[in-house]
Each structure stands twice: as C-alpha cells, then as structure tokens.
Write a protein that binds this ligand. Structure first.
Ligand SMILES: Nc1ncnc2c1ncn2[C@@H]1O[C@H](COP(=O)(O)OP(=O)(O)OP(=O)(O)O)[C@@H](O)[C@H]1O
Length: 319
C-alpha cells in the first residue's frame, strides 16, 4: 500500500515534562488509521507536530507525495480539536475562502460546498453567520472545510464529538467514502465502537509511549483475550477455580470470566465443572473498548511482558 505519511521517532517536551517518547507510525492511502489513547496521552500533540503547529524536539515527519520542503497544505485536510474558529463570517464565504487558500478552483469549491451542505443537512445555511449555527452544525461546516479541496491526507481530531447520532452516521459514511477513493485518513477518537467499526489500523499511545500498533485484526488476534459470559447464578469462587481464568466480574446473575491469552476455546469449554449453572453462555473476544480500559487503567488483563512482546511483534512489522 502507498505510504502517504511517515512519523518517525517524535519526541516532545513542555518545559521539563516529556509528553512524546519516540512516536513512529505510518498512514497509507485508502486506509483509516486511528490514533487512540486516554486523555492527556499525547494524541493532539502528535497531530500538532505533524501539522507543523508546533515543532518536535526530535524526529521526522515525511509527506511522501511531496517533493518540496515543509508541509504540503494543499494536499492535507485538517479538522483540529479546537472548534468554532470562525465567527463573524458567512458559511459559504468561509468555505470558499479556505478552499482558495489551498488553491482549489472556486467554481468547483462552490459546487462541492453546496453538495456537502445538503449532505450534512445544512441546505440553505450558505448565508448564515457561523456564530448563529449550533455547535454541531458549525462542526459539520468545519469538517466540510477540511475536505472541500480533495486532500490526499485527512487528519481528524475527535471528528465525532458533539455530533448527534444521525450526523455521526453521515460523517462515518463520508469518511468511509473518502478512504474508498484513496484518501489516507488519520483519526483520533474516544469512541471505541466507532473505531472498531470503521478503522483498518490503530495506534494507541499511553503517557506519550506507543502501546499498540497494528491492524484491528492483528490487535484482536494478538491482544484481545477471550471472555466468557455466563447467565446463571454461580459462586465466584467456583468460577475462579476454573483453569485459565484471569478474573471474574459478576453483576446479578451474570458472570463475565476473563481468560488468559492463548486459551484454546474448545479445550477450555471442556474444563467447565459439571455443577455450574448455565442458562446462556457466550464466548467472545474482548472488545477494543475493553482493551483500551485495560491499558488506560493499568488493570493488567494483559501483562506488561506480553504487551511488550506484542509491540515488538506487531509494531516491528509495521514500523
Ligand atoms: N501547549 C502545551 N503546554 C504545556 N503542556 C501541554 C501543551 N499541550 C499539551 N500539553 C500536555 O501534553 C500532554 C499531552 O496532551 P495532548 O493534548 O496531546 O493529549 P491528548 O491525548 O490529545 O488528550 P485528550 O484526549 O484529552 O485530548 C498533556 O499532559 C498536556 O497537559
């Protein structure tokens, strides 16, 4: 796959606090890549360093389809974390102004703007002042401004926050369409269900360090343990005595049993004791949401040593 953006060994400190420790990853054309991590992990700092809003202390950012120096702004679309940047200006005026800054033809920009305003349920708002729009509406205009000039690389910092479910669906579909047409997309989000649904690969940071890097499939295969959910009244101590159990969570008559890595599902099911009450049983992979919580809270579902091995295996392949 065509690599559009490489980030290599980014380091960044604010005063004496180091917030990025050797961050490296790539974004390919046609893929949706998620950058994930708890609050304060360093996602926006990474994105700001890519966009040249701040300079890294060390490391390199390379835009591969670009011969000249600096950042090829005409080829990049960027939705920053900060919203509501434009106030006393009409919707269409700001869209055309920003497209013009990227040297995009005016006529085409206007056609595309009208098309997207309609798509995002903003038809007829062309001459409304930005400050008269609701937060979600303004965010949709800001998203439109980031894609109007047909960028090759699109960087979206929390694109879904503050949007209602219908608008989230429209945005999801649009992001998918752009990726299908070949746009490389780097997206930061806290909504793991959306990430799981949409993204091809994920990069997860914690305290400025890489903790996960790989395709969703790789992450699930290598990282996500199984969990077994049993409906039925059972004693925790009985469940904890079953082999390969890491921990048991119980709520009412539902028990969730987290299993060790590399458990073989059919063999494990045979180890269930005869006296266990099972009204219903499901065996699933732990979700990305649970992996995220596990890392963010240092719960240790996946032990540090295993995590490092995974980083070496998957991170190494992708680095
Ligand atoms: N301009 C700045 N000056 C000083 N410290 C900063 C600055 N920008 C970010 N930081 C610090 O860097 C760390 C990473 O912040 P960053 O905004 O990159 O996190 P994030 O992963 O985007 O978090 P969130 O999910 O909350 O948006 C935090 O500890 C933050 O306080």
């Amino acid at each position: 796959m065509n690599v559009l953006l490489s980030v290599e060994g980014l380091e960044k400190s604010f005063k004496d606090k180091k917030v990025l420790h050797g961050i490296s990853f790539e974004v390919h054309s046609g893929e949706i890549m998620a950058i994930l991590g708890p609050n304060g992990a360093g996602k926006s700092t990474t994105i700001r360093n890519i966009m040249g809003i701040m300079m890294p202390d060390a490391g390199e950012v390379t835009f591969h389809n670009h011969q000249g120096k600096g950042i090829p702004r005409n080829k990049i679309g960027y939705l920053p974390e900060e919203r509501g940047l434009y106030k006393n200006v009409k919707v269409m005026d700001i869209l055309l102004y920003l497209a013009d800054l990227k040297d995009y033809p005016l006529k085409k920009a206007k056609e595309r703007a009208l098309e997207y305003l309609e798509k995002f349920d903003l038809k007829g708002k062309e001459n409304v002042n930005m400050e008269e729009l609701s937060k979600g509406m303004a965010q949709k205009v800001q998203f439109i401004s980031s894609i109007l000039h047909e960028p090759e690389l699109l960087i979206l910092d929390e694109p879904f926050s503050g949007l209602d479910p219908v608008s989230q669906e429209v945005l999801k579909e649009e992001i998918r369409n752009l990726a299908k047409k070949g746009t490389a997309i780097l997206l930061s989000s806290h909504q793991m269900n959306l990430v799981e649904e949409m993204c091809d690969r994920v990069f997860m940071i914690q305290r400025g360090h890489k903790v996960i890097y790989g395709s969703l499939e790789e992450v699930k295969r290598e990282y996500a343990n199984f969990k077994c959910t049993i409906h039925g009244k059972n004693d925790v101590s009985l469940l904890e005595r079953i082999p390969e159990v890491v921990r048991v969570e119980q709520k009412d008559d539902i028990s969730i049993i987290y299993l060790t890595k590399d458990v073989e599902a059919p063999k494990w099911l045979k180890t269930l004791p005869d006296d266990i009450v099972i009204n219903e049983l499901t065996l699933d992979r732990v979700s990305l949401h649970e992996i995220f919580i596990d890392i963010a809270t240092d719960k240790n579902l996946l032990k540090e040593s295993e995590r490092q091995t995974f980083e070496e295996e998957v991170g190494g392949e992708n680095a």
